[in-house]
Write a protein that binds this ligand. Structure first.
Ligand code: PBG
Length: 333
C-alpha cells in the first residue's frame, strides 16, 4: 500500500483519545474505576489444634492460622484500612451434622470473639455461615438418609449457627450454602434473639465451580463429588438476578457473586438490578492461577493482581473479597 492511500487527513486526526493517556497524572485523573483498601475484604482461615501457622500448598502465601497468628493478620488488616475480614474455621473433628459450627466453643465461634476483641470496630468482622468445613461428608447441608442435601433441615442448622456467631460478637454473617430460604431463616432467627444489628452478606449467586479447588485444601474438605444440586450452573446468568432479588426480599443487606472472574457479566447484571451493595469473591483458584503463572515468571505479578481486582470493580462490585487484600492495601498505600 502506498502512502497516498492512507485515509488520514493532512496533519493527522483531530480527535485523539490517546491525549488523555499521556502522563500518569492524567491517567489517574480520568480513571473511571478506583481500587481502595476500604473496598477489600480479606478471607482468613483458622484451624483448631494448630501450634504453628500451616502453609496451604495450593495457595502460596496463604496459611491456615492458629488462634494467635490470626490476631496478627486481622490487626494488620485493620491498620491497613481494609473493609473487613471473612473468617473460616476448620475444626479438628467433623461429623454428619457439622455440630462444631453451632458449638459456642467451636473454632469459628471462638475465633470470632478473639477477632472482635482484637480489632473492635476498626474492621467489619464477617464469618462464613455454612457447615461444609464442619461436616464429615463435606456438604454444605445435612443429608437425607439416601444421601441428598436436605434443604429444610439444613435451614434449622443455619439458624442456630447464626445465633452462635451473633453471640460470639460477629458484625456480619455470610451464608454461603445456597439453600433456598436461608437468608429469611437467618434474618428471623437473629431478629427474634434481638441481634437486629447483625447484617447479612448473602452469597446470592454462587456457582458450582472448578475454581474452588485450592479452597478444598485450605479447609481440609472431605467432599466427594460436587455441589451441583445446590450451587448454580455456569451457563445461567438471568438466574443470578433472581437469586439476588430473592435474597434482598428475604433481608440480605449485601449480595455477592462468586466466583468473580469467570462471572464478571453476572457481577454487572446483578449490580444493575439491585440497589444494595454488591460484593464479588475473587476465589482460591483465581488466586492460585495468577500466583502459579507469576512464579513461572510468565506474568508481572503485582500488575496482574491490580488489573484483576480492578476488573472486578469495573464489572460493578462495590466490595471485593480477595486473598491479596492486605498486600494490595500496602501497594496502594
Ligand atoms: C463454602 C465456601 C466455599 C468457598 C467459600 N465458602 C467452597 C465451596 O462452595 O465449595 C470457596 C472460596 C474460595 O474458593 O476461595 N462454605
Amino acid at each position: 500500500m502506498s502512502e497516498e492511500t492512507v485515509a488520514v487527513p493532512l496533519g493527522g486526526p483531530t480527535v485523539r483519545p490517546r491525549r488523555l493517556r499521556t502522563t500518569p497524572a492524567l491517567r489517574r485523573m480520568v480513571a473511571e474505576t478506583s481500587l481502595e483498601p476500604r473496598q477489600l475484604v480479606l478471607p482468613v482461615f483458622v484451624r483448631e489444634g494448630l501450634s504453628e501457622p500451616q502453609p496451604i500448598s495450593s495457595m502460596p502465601g496463604v496459611v491456615q492460622h492458629t488462634r494467635s497468628s490470626l490476631l496478627g493478620a486481622v490487626s494488620e488488616a485493620a491498620e491497613l484500612g481494609l473493609g473487613g475480614v471473612m473468617l473460616f474455621g476448620i475444626p479438628e473433628h467433623k461429623d454428619a451434622t457439622g455440630s462444631g459450627a453451632i458449638d459456642p466453643a467451636g473454632i469459628l465461634n471462638l475465633a470470632i470473639t478473639d477477632v472482635v476483641a482484637e480489632v473492635g470496630d476498626a474492621l467489619t468482622v464477617m464469618s462464613d455461615l455454612c457447615i461444609d468445613e464442619f461436616t464429615d461428608h463435606g456438604h454444605c447441608g445435612v443429608l437425607t438418609p439416601d444421601g441428598r442435601v436436605d434443604n429444610d433441615r439444613t435451614l434449622a442448622v443455619y439458624a442456630e449457627m447464626a445465633l452462635a456467631q451473633a453471640a460470639a460478637g460477629v458484625d456480619m454473617v455470610g451464608p454461603s450454602g445456597m439453600m433456598d430460604g436461608q437468608v429469611a431463616v437467618i434474618r428471623a432467627a437473629l431478629d427474634v434473639a434481638e441481634h437486629t444489628d447483625v447484617s447479612i452478606l448473602a452469597y446470592s449467586a454462587k456457582y458450582a465451580s472448578a475454581f474452588y479447588g485450592p479452597f478444598r485444601e485450605a479447609v481440609d474438605s472431605s467432599l466427594q463429588g460436587d455441589r451441583r444440586t445446590y450451587q448454580q450452573d455456569s451457563p445461567n446468568a438471568r438466574e443470578s438476578v433472581r437469586e439476588a432479588l430473592l435474597d434482598i426480599e428475604e433481608g440480605a443487606d449485601i449480595v455477592m457473586v462468586k466466583p468473580a472472574l469467570a462471572y464478571l457479566d453476572v457481577v454487572r447484571r446483578v449490580r444493575d438490578a439491585v440497589d444494595v451493595p454488591v460484593a464479588a469473591y475473587n476465589i482460591s483458584g483465581e488466586y492460585s492461577m495468577l500466583e502459579a503463572a507469576a512464579a513461572q515468571g510468565w506474568i508481572d505479578r503485582e500488575v496482574a493482581i491490580l488489573e484483576t481486582l480492578t476488573s472486578i470493580r469495573r464489572a460493578g462490585a462495590d466490595i471485593v473479597l480477595t486473598y491479596w487484600a492486605s498486600e494490595v492495601a500496602r501497594l496502594l498505600g
